[in-house]
Design a protein around this ligand. Structure first.
Ligand SMILES: [Zn+2]
Length: 227
């Protein structure tokens, strides 16, 4: 009996080891072993949102969870480049808390909020294994639901934003102009434009303009990080 139990334990242990090999169990924010997301990184992302100035004027207040470094940077990169789709959940929680702060401050007004993910190209979405910003927004909506109804409307599409890599601020702004398409109108509610990282603000500006042309006012833009 003792031997049998030991064998079973050994098999189970072996299966666990295989699972660990396939999906490394490390914190997506700091690399700490044994957990997918640690308490310290959770706390680091739950600071109050900060308002920032962007190089390209967006026409709406731009808020961010913080600088593009530490847990924010690592989590965004792991989610986008390393297939860590599970990180959309903690990032979404952080976005939800920021949205609720903006509501409490009167920066986002209305009974309901609609999160509009910043546009991604179909190519980028495929490469990332899905649109990660939309996944973050859906997680945020679930977190905020008990406090405030939050809809997610992924209505923006980018035509060729991928080629902006390596361009200066002015060139990026020119490159972004006219490249955002509004496929359909977002759900009713105060519109908050959401992106992972803001650099110049060009994509946010073009998104705000594209929505405005369809008669949709954006209350605020919110990003996980500011580079
Ligand atoms: Zn961590």
């Amino acid at each position: 009996m003792g031997i049998a139990r030991g064998t079973i334990k050994g098999i189970i242990g072996g299966v666990d080891d295989l699972v660990d090999l396939a999906v490394p169990r490390t914190c997506g924010g700091c690399g700490a072993p044994g957990v997918r997301w640690c308490g310290r990184c959770e706390a680091a992302l739950h600071d109050v949102p900060a308002r920032i100035r962007t190089t390209v004027e967006t026409g709406v207040p731009v808020w961010t969870l913080g600088r593009y470094d530490g847990a924010r940077r690592r989590a965004v990169l792991q989610l986008k480049e390393r297939g860590r789709g599970d990180l959309a959940v903690p990032l979404g929680r952080a976005v939800a808390h920021a949205v609720l702060h903006l509501r409490a401050w009167g920066e986002v007004d209305g009974a309901a909020v609609t999160l509009v993910p910043a546009p991604t190209t179909a190519w980028a979405a495929r490469r990332r294994g899905g649109d990660v910003v939309t996944a973050v927004c859906r997680s945020a909506a679930r977190t905020a639901a008990p406090v405030c109804p939050v809809a997610v409307s992924p209505v923006l599409r980018s035509v060729h934003a991928a080629v902006s890599v390596g361009l200066g601020a002015g060139a990026r702004a020119r490159n972004a102009r006219g490249t955002v398409r509004v496929r359909s109108l977002p759900a009713p509610g105060a519109v908050v434009l959401v992106d992972d990282v803001v650099t110049t603000g060009a994509t946010l500006a073009e998104s705000v303009a594209a929505l405005a042309r369809r008669g949709v006012a954006v209350a605020a833009a919110l990003t996980v990080a500011a580079a």
